[in-house]
Ligand binder design. Structure first.
Ligand SMILES: C[S@@+](CC[C@H](N)C(=O)[O-])C[C@H]1O[C@@H](n2cnc3c(N)ncnc32)[C@H](O)[C@@H]1O
Length: 320
């Protein structure tokens, strides 16, 4: 199936630990040629049905974004970027169907089509994310690797110094990870917990699948909002990046605080001193409590490089 061709080979080439080269893997063309007749029939059926075409294009876009996000967690795709990528994938499918129908499939022609697509998607990536993720590798460009980890629930609770007995419900874990480890652990203990995550995962009625910048945080709703190494870490990234979208993060941060019930708390790490100081100085709507990380997850030398001042856990309580 075409879907698995794309899922298996993808549009870009893995380059070991370094990242993802922005050129198609050579295996993509040979795999297509090997199953050409089957793909021809499938493409004709897909392109004859608008709904199937949109679905297939959305899947191609999803796989492409998944491989990019697995390479570099600081890439960010908003709704409008996703729609653009889907349109590009739709054109690719139509072009492939057309080539097949005209009997013009050759390795050279396919290489040309996939190279053009890789170039278009690279331009889309540059437009949606700027230069921060790109790196030169000889005469080629790659998306550099910035991996992302998930932590077990007890580690997160300990690090953020959360006592289960004090948790106000409902609980929302922002950037809960594909495995939603904390959400599942809280639910197993009978706590009304939900997650918000952009990565693909099994259908789960307790997880909102969305980009947190596109998600609407309903006012006065949550008893506790948690975010370990997720929202605030990305806020930092945008705060220190030259072309960072720190304004969207600042607005979302305030929207998150307003979505707490009065008496509810937003608990996260790393800290955001540049925002918390403003909160503390602007009245008593919120109380900020900072706690040293325990266990401390880095060697001392590492923290200097990693902006030493942010490695603490925070609880911001809404007072009114
Ligand atoms: C370092 S992981 C931490 C996961 C989890 N909180 C934990 O401690 O195990 C950061 C998570 O935030 C998610 N994330 C990053 N940017 C996001 C965004 N804009 N919208 C939704 N989730 C996002 C990532 O997909 C990833 O699962």
């Amino acid at each position: 199936m075409l879907r698995s061709l794309w899922q298996q080979h993808g549009l870009f080439t893995k380059q070991g630990d370094k990242g993802l080269l922005l050129v198609p893997p050579p295996t993509l063309v040979s795999a297509f040629i090997a199953e050409q007749e089957r793909y021809q029939v499938e493409l004709a059926a897909i392109c004859a049905d608008g709904e199937q075409l949109n679905q297939q294009a959305a899947d191609f876009a999803r796989f492409t974004m998944a491989s990019l996000l697995a390479t570099n967690q600081y890439l960010n795709f908003r709704q409008r970027d996703i729609r653009r990528l889907e349109r590009m994938m739709r054109s690719l499918l139509l072009e492939l169907a057309d080539l097949c129908q005209q009997g013009k499939v050759t390795p050279d022609r396919l290489t040309q089509v996939f190279n053009q697509q890789a170039l278009k998607v690279s331009q889309w990536l540059l437009k949606s994310n700027g230069l921060h993720a790109f790196q030169l590798e000889g005469d080629q460009v790659l998306v550099r690797r910035v991996p992302c980890a998930e932590y077990d629930a007890s580690f997160q609770l300990e690090l953020l110094q959360i006592e289960l007995a004090d948790l106000r419900e409902p609980v929302l874990d922002i950037g809960c990870g594909a495995q939603a480890l904390l959400v599942n652990a809280l639910r197993e203990r009978g706590i009304d917990a939900y997650g918000l995550e952009r990565l693909d995962q099994e259908e789960n009625p307790f997880i909102y699948a969305a980009n947190w910048l596109d998600f609407h945080f309903v006012p006065d709703k949550w008893g506790t909002i948690i975010s370990n190494m997720a929202f605030s870490n990305h806020f930092w990234h945008h705060h220190i990046r030259k072309d960072g979208d720190y304004a969207s993060y600042a607005q979302k941060y305030m929207e998150i605080l307003r979505s707490l019930q009065v008496g509810g708390s937003f608990i996260y790490a790393p800290g955001l001193p540049f925002v918390e100081d403003i909160l503390t100085d602007s009245g008593d709507d919120y109380t900020v409590i900072r706690r040293p990380l325990d266990p401390f997850p880095f060697a001392q030398e590492e923290t200097e490089e990693l902006h030493g001042s942010r490695w603490y856990a925070v609880s911001v309580r809404r007072n009114r």
